[in-house]
Design a protein around this ligand. Structure first.
Ligand SMILES: Cc1cc2nc3c(=O)[nH]c(=O)nc-3n(C[C@H](O)[C@H](O)[C@H](O)COP(=O)(O)OP(=O)(O)OC[C@H]3O[C@@H](n4cnc5c(N)ncnc54)[C@H](O)[C@@H]3O)c2cc1C
Length: 294
């Protein structure tokens, strides 16, 4: 059905999630451009095939049973284009493809002498996924740098201004469309200084997070500004396990895959954590996204 596109059949989703969990997807498709993407979505709609747009899978828990539909990955949407110089503060606008991963983006921006996103270095996400989640850390969020976001919705391409994206803490209204690119404003800086900043943030992450084990980052969103990881740590829950899923011994906000974990282990562990938190009247929202087979 998707022969004319770059496409894998019956592919293990575990390879496409940083949690290394997930059964097979019927199709994994890599459109080369917007025309192909539009055509793929049209074929899916006409044939009632479910679709899921995947970034780097760093926030998605795939079902053990896999996904009986088409997973679409925008890895060819990885351009970085300098647009214009703006205002007095030596600010530059760049347009960036949604499929680029944040490390590659940071390296490209450093070479261009453009600073701002270094805080995101070390987060294994694509720009598209980071925009959907309004990801952030160390006091920054991606929305600070957004001018507008280009989306595909209902077969049409639009630009949605920052004010129309409803950005708030780990939230946007961009889930139900496909993000193609975004215009970001950044600031001129020496490449060397940007590289230093990138290393600084990377080391900070490595020091506090279990970067050596598969995970999806923080399982829960902070609640009333308090880190749920800190609460779970205070409850003494580090190391709690179900099967191969374990509350990280390094950062209680992360559930890690210590080897051979199934999605059902992760979900069972998350439910235990939710019960423990409910006992002390804490009801955090899940940050991770669970993609069910149906
Ligand atoms: C080790 C580790 C550290 C982390 N640290 C942080 C952190 O410091 N701060 C933070 O905020 N998060 C962090 N995370 C979580 C995760 O990286 C973020 O949630 C990130 O935004 C997900 O990006 P992604 O590209 O992997 O998206 P995915 O996980 O693939 O997808 C997330 C959502 O975005 C949607 N999506 C992806 N791309 C598009 C697109 N082009 N168009 C439309 N929808 C799309 C998907 O459908 C899904 O709903 C961490 C994760 C890990 C594993």
């Amino acid at each position: 059905m998707f022969e004319e596109f770059e496409c894998l059949r019956d592919v293990e989703l575990a390879k496409f999630s940083t949690m290394k969990i997930g059964g097979k997807a019927k199709w994994l498709i890599f459109p080369k451009n917007v025309q192909e993407l539009r055509k793929i979505l049209q074929i899916c709609e006409e044939n009632q095939i479910k679709t899921f747009v995947l970034g780097n899978g760093s926030n998605v828990l795939f079902d053990d049973a896999g996904f009986d539909g088409a997973v679409i990955k925008l890895r060819h949407f990885d351009f970085v284009k300098k647009c214009s110089k703006k205002g007095k503060k030596q600010a530059f606008c760049v347009e960036v493809g949604a499929g680029i991963n944040l490390f590659a983006l940071n390296v490209r921006l450093a070479k261009l002498g453009l600073s701002g996103l270094e805080f995101s270095n070390g987060i294994p996400a694509t720009l598209g996924g980071f925009l959907v989640m309004n990801g952030g850390c160390f006091g920054h969020e991606i929305c600070e740098f957004v001018e507008e976001v280009q989306i595909l919705q209902g077969g049409k391409v639009f630009w949605r201004k920052k004010e129309e994206c409803d950005f708030s803490y780990r939230h946007s209204n961009l889930q139900n469309c496909v993000i193609l690119s975004a215009k970001l404003h950044l600031f001129e800086e020496k490449t060397e200084k940007i590289m230093q900043n990138m290393n600084f943030f990377l080391e900070k992450k490595r020091a506090s997070q279990p970067c050596d084990l598969p995970s999806l980052g923080s399982v829960f969103k902070a609640t009333n500004g308090v880190s749920v990881g800190k609460i779970l740590d205070d409850l003494g829950l580090k190391g709690l396990s179900v099967g191969g899923a374990q509350v990280s011994k390094k950062h209680a906000g992360f559930v890690v895959n210590t080897g051979g974990a199934a999605a059902k282990d992760v979900l069972a562990l998350v439910e235990i954590l939710e019960k423990k938190l409910a006992e002390i009247d804490v009801q955090p929202e899940r940050e991770i996204i669970v993609l069910k087979e149906r």
